[in-house]
Design a protein around this ligand. Structure first.
Ligand code: ADP
Ligand code: MG
Length: 308
């Protein structure tokens, strides 16, 4: 697949001296869905805003469809739709006019059929004459998507599209993104939900402290991210993990009353059944257990610590 966005050595130092991006290199392929994962403050919005011409880079270069975002701003911006992270301030404009004006801003002629298609795709057709300020938060977010698509961009950036959105709407949004992908639109979304990246993305980039730590095919990354932990609360204090349980890689807590087993949710066997049996054979009894999925933050820490 050809590269549609080529980012080289992108650095951003904000006015106060804070370095939000540190020489980022990243290539986005035409037609893919790319998820940029990172905790709050990692630099995701900064990266997107630079590509969209909202924030000036301090150093580095970004090409969109072979055009430079700084010297050929109009050319590159017209190819991009941006759904910003923050909902805009209340607007008296109707949904229809909001989208129509946005299309005009990018120099595209009126196209009622296209706007209708876009509004229907985000289930807002029946709200087209409503003032945006009268809509619910979820609907406002969908207006932002429709607005971003009004000028038929080849590339769509979605900055945390489902933060604070209910489950149903989240799934609607995922449907919209998949439809766009089928039409050949390149989609880049930022998120801190593993599940969102899992559902949608073909490739995933992980950013932390302004640096891209890893860029990988989703399937591969998710195999690594898809770790869960089972914690067993023991009846009796355990001096040490018996050697017969060595191959489970169990961790004993400092107070010696908890055993933690980390397993791969994507594997065919979690190993839990065998573990329970072997614990019994070893005479280790437990009175409670719980499972937890490692958060993306945990995974970042792992990624950073292992120097990936
Ligand atoms: N205008 C600004 N001035 C100074 N620092 C900023 C500005 N915008 C963002 N930052 C800082 O840059 C870092 C990255 O922010 P951002 O790109 O919004 O991260 P993310 O979208 O991943 O949460 C944060 O530490 C943030 O506080
Ligand atoms: Mg952000």
């Amino acid at each position: 697949m050809p590269t549609i966005i080529d980012i080289q050595g992108l650095t951003k130092t904000y006015a106060g001296g804070f370095e939000a991006l540190k020489s980022v290199d990243l290539q986005i392929n035409e037609g893919e869905i790319f998820a940029l994962l990172g905790p709050n403050g990692a630099g995701k919005t900064t990266l997107i805003n630079i590509v969209c011409g909202i924030v000036n880079p301090t150093a580095g270069r970004v090409l969109v469809g072979g055009h430079d975002i700084v010297t050929e701003f109009r050319e590159t911006r017209a190819r991009i739709g941006l759904v910003p992270q923050e909902l805009p301030t209340e607007s008296f404009e109707t949904v229809w006019n909001t989208c129509r004006f946005s299309r005009g801003l990018f120099g595209k002629g009126a196209d009622a059929a296209h706007l209708e298609k876009v509004l229907r795709s985000v289930s807002l057709w029946d709200k087209k004459d409503s003032p945006c300020m009268q809509l619910s938060g979820g609907m406002k977010r969908r207006v932002l998507i429709a607005k971003a698509l009004a000028h038929e961009p080849e590339i769509l950036f979605l900055d945390e599209p489902t933060a604070g959105v209910d489950v149903e709407l989240r799934q609607d949004m995922w449907g919209v993104v998949k439809d766009l992908r089928a039409e050949g639109v390149t989609v880049i979304l930022t998120t801190h939900y593993i599940e969102e990246a899992e559902q949608l993305a073909e490739r995933v980039g992980v950013i932390n402290h302004g640096e891209i730590i890893v860029v990988e095919e989703k399937d591969r990354l998710m195999r690594e991210l898809g770790k869960k932990q089972l914690t067993l609360h023991l009846y009796d204090e355990l001096g040490a993990v018996p050697s017969m349980l060595d191959n489970y890689g169990l961790e004993l807590s400092d107070d010696r009353f908890e055993l933690t087993y980390t397993y791969d949710t994507k594997g065919e066997h979690t190993g839990i059944t065998d573990l329970i049996k072997d614990l019994r054979d070893a005479g280790i009894r437990f009175n409670d257990l719980q499972t937890s999925q490692s958060s993306l933050e945990d995974i970042f820490v792992d990624l950073v610590n292992t120097g990936r």
